[in-house]
Design a protein around this ligand. Structure first.
Ligand SMILES: Cc1cc2nc3c(=O)[nH]c(=O)nc-3n(C[C@H](O)[C@H](O)[C@H](O)COP(=O)(O)O)c2cc1C
Length: 195
């Protein structure tokens, strides 16, 4: 068979074996600004209908993460949250040394619905995880209540009205490799329409 493009078996093998790393296992060192640059560049190289760039990134370094952990605890307490909510809210900031918040920032457009723009932000999240993994780091895409509670997320991440958090991608050095998780049954999830 003649292929239209040169195959890239290394890239395909990467995609067939890639997996996130549990955030609890991510530790120092983390990429510095120079090492993060190509990862962010790869993440933003994403399908984007209408070239609207309906996303932006917020890099959280350790001091910001520590501040946000305290802010999450204060928000959980102020809204009557139990210990579990406090722990969940603090947790991902306390345990992280570097995170990138992918903010969905849809633009008004007559041909590109908002849903497509949010999907593009999701693609940025996966691109970020994959680029970090390809660069040799561990990474995990999280959300949780801190991503969705506007009373927290607006002041914490500087969200404007209409902006939402697509993901908080934590990046670090891998501790222990996680066991593989069961993967979807492709045949059961795929229908070929041949006529
Ligand atoms: C939008 C989104 C939000 C997620 N939020 C969380 C989360 O808050 N906590 C969590 O433990 N996992 C969360 N996950 C799942 C992790 O990213 C999980 O590690 C991932 O599904 C592993 O997939 P992989 O092994 O194919 O990389 C989320 C996944 C997505 C797509």
């Amino acid at each position: 068979m003649t292929l239209p493009l040169a195959p890239n078996p290394a890239a395909l093998d990467f995609l067939l074996t890639r997996r996130s790393r549990p955030p609890k296992t991510l530790r120092l060192p983390v990429p510095d600004a120079a090492a993060l640059q190509p990862i962010l560049t790869a993440a933003l190289r994403v399908p984007d209908h209408g070239k609207l760039e309906p996303w932006r990134l917020l890099v959280l370094t350790r001091p910001a993460l520590a501040r946000l952990a305290d802010l999450a605890e204060a928000r959980a307490r102020a809204t009557g949250g139990d210990d579990e909510r406090i722990a969940k809210g603090r947790g991902q900031f306390d345990q992280s040394h570097l995170a990138v918040v992918v903010i969905s920032n849809p633009k008004p457009h007559d041909k590109v619905p908002q849903s497509e723009q949010v999907l593009s932000a999701g693609a940025v999240c996966l691109g970020l995880v994959n680029a970090a993994l390809a660069a040799g780091w561990g990474a995990a895409w999280l959300t949780g209540w801190v991503a969705h509670d506007r009373g927290f997320a607006e002041p914490a991440f500087g969200l404007a009205p209409g902006e939402t958090v697509a993901g908080i991608v934590h990046i670090g050095s891998e501790g222990a490799a996680p066991p593989e998780r069961p993967r979807p049954d492709v045949a059961a999830l795929t229908t070929w329409m041949e006529a």
